[in-house]
Design a protein around this ligand. Structure first.
Ligand SMILES: [Zn+2]
Ligand SMILES: [Zn+2]
Length: 190
């Protein structure tokens, strides 16, 4: 049985992004299947009125209570709103290290955020990179020093555009062995 990643759209999220992630993620995370879940509203309690941003950790905490998520190997929350976390002015995403949940925010992946013309292809490309990056953290990967590797930390959108969607050989090796090990443990239990 293939491990299933659940994509959880929160609030208004373009279906083009969800469908793109569904098709592309299995090309980079071999042996994985992707399902798009039902849409939920963004929890108002995660909104910080002073910053006019949502706290990504609070969104993750909120949805970690959802029982249905337990049926899935990993969950990727997708929001359109701008997010921040602890000491960071903004985040493109956040993940529970070695845990089941991750989140990406599309706000700053969109050219319109920077006063530029909407570019769907660029939005899709960036969303895929950030999704793979956060899922990488849930699989125990830390930031990579290779600027082309998807696990390189994006401090700005230029870092996201510079890096590729691929895991470097070292990171790929870790991911492959984690997936293999988790699958063996699962099968061992059956
Ligand atoms: Zn990261
Ligand atoms: Zn790497």
């Amino acid at each position: 049985m293939k491990p299933v990643i659940l994509i959880l759209p929160i609030g208004e999220v373009p279906s083009s992004v969800l469908e793109y992630l569904k098709t592309e993620l299995p090309l980079f995370l071999v042996e994985v299947k992707v399902k798009i879940g039902e849409r939920f509203n963004i929890p108002p309690s995660a909104f910080n009125p002073h910053r006019k941003q949502y706290n990504s950790s609070l969104i993750i905490n909120h949805f970690s209570m959802l029982q249905t998520l337990k049926r899935y190997w990993r969950t990727l929350i997708v929001v359109s709103e701008d997010t921040y976390s602890n000491n960071l002015n903004f985040v493109f995403g956040e993940a529970l290290f070695n845990g089941p949940l991750s989140l990406i925010s599309l706000a700053r992946l969109n050219q319109t955020f920077y006063g530029l013309e909407y570019d769907e292809n660029l939005l899709l490309e960036r969303a895929l990179k950030e999704a793979l990056h956060e899922l990488g953290h849930t699989l125990g990967l830390r930031h990579c020093i290779n600027r082309k590797c998807v696990m390189y930390f994006s401090n700005t959108i230029f870092d996201t555009d510079f890096k590729g969607p691929n895991f470097c050989l070292r990171c790929k090796h870790v991911i492959d062995s984690v997936i293999k090990k988790e699958l063996e443990t699962k099968q061992g239990k059956v």
